[in-house]
Design a protein around this ligand. Structure first.
Ligand SMILES: C[S@@+](CC[C@H](N)C(=O)[O-])C[C@H]1O[C@@H](n2cnc3c(N)ncnc32)[C@H](O)[C@@H]1O
Length: 207
């Protein structure tokens, strides 16, 4: 994922303002409680972490991404803030089987919460990744997904897809809905022209 190694140099400075409120909403929907674990799939530079840390709960965060460059940014932020409750590991999200994750984190590969922000529109074989997420989720666990779906394609869709190496035609929340109970979906107040389609957050529990 060489592009994201390069993108990591200006990812936060160019996008953080645009997505900050959506990240807050996603973290709110995680409904985290003391003592829980959360896995951030395709965590990138760790832009969700500060919103989870702001809850001031006793939470352990695991972040995983394929790009070393993105993870390096995350590591720098963790060190700068002296956060001791965050573990990062590099992985192709398609390979996140319980055995693989257990070897990486040296702990039970079973999470209370899983979050994936702007990952499933980028990662190839995203449906496999969704399966992996369900396999790593506790029975009463919850998944929260933020992503973009372009109902109508236009120039901005094409541009965002080029820049983010994304496919904004993937029916992510629609597929997720079929696999969950307590499904919730809402569109987030970000202009379609800025993100190439409709930004949504969806959450649900294992069926
Ligand atoms: C648009 S960024 C989103 C990053 C972060 N979740 C955020 O909200 O800012 C997409 C991320 O997907 C990661 N990615 C792409 N392909 C991947 C794969 N096969 N496995 C894991 N991560 C991957 C990229 O490295 C990048 O960090």
């Amino acid at each position: 994922m060489k592009w994201y190694d390069i993108f990591s140099n200006f990812y936060d400075s160019s996008l953080e303002k645009l997505y900050a409120e959506s990240r807050k909403r996603a973290v709110e929907l995680l409904a985290l409680e003391d003592g829980q674990t959360v896995l951030d799939v395709a965590c990138g530079t760790g832009a969700n972490f500060k919103h989870i840390q702001a809850l001031n709960l006793d939470i352990h965060i695991y972040g995983t991404d394929f790009s070393e460059g993105m993870l390096r940014r995350g590591k720098d932020m963790i060190e700068k803030n002296n956060w001791k409750n965050i573990t990062l590991f590099q992985a192709d999200a398609r390979e996140l089987t319980p055995d693989f994750v257990s070897q990486k984190i040296k702990s039970e590969p079973c999470f209370d919460r899983i979050i994936c922000v702007l990952g499933l529109s980028v990662i190839p074989d995203w449906e496999v990744v969704l399966d992996r997420m369900f396999d790593l989720l506790k029975d009463d666990g919850k998944i929260v997904i933020v992503d973009v779906f372009a109902e109508k394609r236009d120039f901005n869709t094409w541009l965002v897809e080029k820049i983010a190496k994304a496919d904004l035609n993937r029916e992510i929340w629609q597929t997720f809905e079929k696999r969950t109970t307590n499904f919730h979906h809402e569109y987030l107040p970000v202009k379609e022209s800025k993100v190439g389609g409709k930004l949504f957050v969806a959450s649900g529990m294992k069926k």
